[in-house]
Design a protein around this ligand. Structure first.
Ligand SMILES: NC(=O)c1ccc[n+]([C@@H]2O[C@H](COP(=O)([O-])OP(=O)(O)OC[C@H]3O[C@@H](n4cnc5c(N)ncnc54)[C@H](OP(=O)(O)O)[C@@H]3O)[C@@H](O)[C@H]2O)c1
Length: 309
């Protein structure tokens, strides 16, 4: 089933290949410090967000769960995404149970394989000899139908790894989502096109360019933002949505959380989108040097794992 997009701005909804509807704008929570993320999640939900992105690896699922409770917004109205951590690939049932317990919820809307790296828990520099992401996906597929996950997907998958996964006979479920780094310095057009053809929705992470983003000072972006009376961050989010990706900006600052959700009643022209897509600099926030296995290659013609900024 193809993925589709409806609505605009904060009302953007992506219908996944399972038929489930995911809100287009979510709150990211990576690097949100302890004692910050609970408040951030509450503030986001009170500002109207209905999608929260977290991960076992972020060590903040309990606080995210508390923030959800604090908001008073019913669980049924909220899309929660969490992720299986690399050292848990051989322990998928334990991984989801751990996340559900921390989040204090019965199910997650989307469960992602965080990285295509099956890391040995006792030695994080080592990849298993007898296990890879295809084995992990086989286990994740078993979660569907348990009631614990509504959708399963992947993250940080390049085209060649998606090909390996989709072509394996054990792959019965096409990932609903591939969550990857996408911003004007890493626009990833080939991966977006490939995912579209396969019915895999793309969520753009580090959509603002992450911590200390150089994009905030980019001249092209600044002039478009000024002309529209918007902030560069609002323009970046709109660029992401209009390119067909969901966006999950992270902030722990109440005013920024609110500003990042002011995306209604305006949009970018094709020309503006094109100008932003043509910003020439390339960088990756999240490389693969820390993993025991390479996961990024030169598939976008950008040198593969291009240096972090
Ligand atoms: N799947 C993966 O491997 C993966 C990897 C990376 C990220 N992610 C997900 O994607 C989310 C977003 O990516 P990210 O955290 O790397 O970065 P991001 O959302 O691109 O940027 C976050 C940074 O921008 C700042 N910011 C937010 N809104 C702003 C505004 N309106 N004006 C100025 N600055 C603003 C934040 O500061 P304050 O917080 O101080 O306000 C923070 O420093 C993550 O939180 C995580 O949920 C997933």
């Amino acid at each position: 089933m193809a993925t589709t997009q409806s609505g605009k701005g904060t009302k953007t909804v992506f219908t996944l290949n399972t038929g489930d509807k995911m809100p287009g704008v979510g709150l990211g929570t990576w690097q949100s410090k302890p004692n910050e993320v609970r408040e951030a999640v509450k503030n986001a939900l009170l500002a109207g967000y209905r999608h929260i992105d977290t991960a076992l690896a972020y060590g903040n699922e309990s606080e995210v769960g508390q923030g959800i409770k604090d908001s008073g917004v019913p669980r049924s109205e909220i899309w929660i995404t969490t992720k299986l951590d690399n050292p848990w690939h051989k322990r998928v049932p334990e991984g989801i149970d751990s996340s559900l317990k921390s989040l204090d919820t019965d199910y997650v809307d989307l469960y992602l394989m965080h990285w295509p790296s099956s890391t040995v828990p006792e030695d994080l520099k080592k990849h298993y000899d007898d296990w890879n992401f295809i084995d992990t996906w086989r286990e994740m597929q078993k979660l569907v139908g348990t009631g614990k996950v509504r959708n399963i997907g992947v993250s940080n998958f390049v085209i060649s790894n998606l090909e390996k996964l989709l072509n394996d006979p054990s792959c019965k479920i096409v990932p609903a989502v591939n969550q990857i780094e996408v911003h004007p310095n890493m626009p990833s057009p080939k991966t977006l096109q490939y995912c579209k053809e396969k019915g895999i929705h793309v969520t753009a992470y580090s959509c603002l360019g992450s911590t200390d983003s150089p994009l905030a000072h980019d001249k092209t972006l600044q002039s478009i933002a000024e002309a529209k009376g918007k902030t560069p961050q609002q323009v970046l989010l709109m660029w992401g949505l209009q390119r067909g990706t969901s966006v999950i900006p992270k902030s722990v600052t109440k005013s920024r959380i609110e500003a990042n959700f002011q995306l209604d009643g305006w949009e970018l022209t094709e020309d503006e989108i094109q100008k932003i897509s043509s910003i020439p600099d390339r960088f990756k926030v999240c490389g693969d040097a820390w993993l025991p296995v390479k996961v990024f290659f030169n598939e976008e013609g950008d040198g593969g794992d291009v240096p972090s900024h």
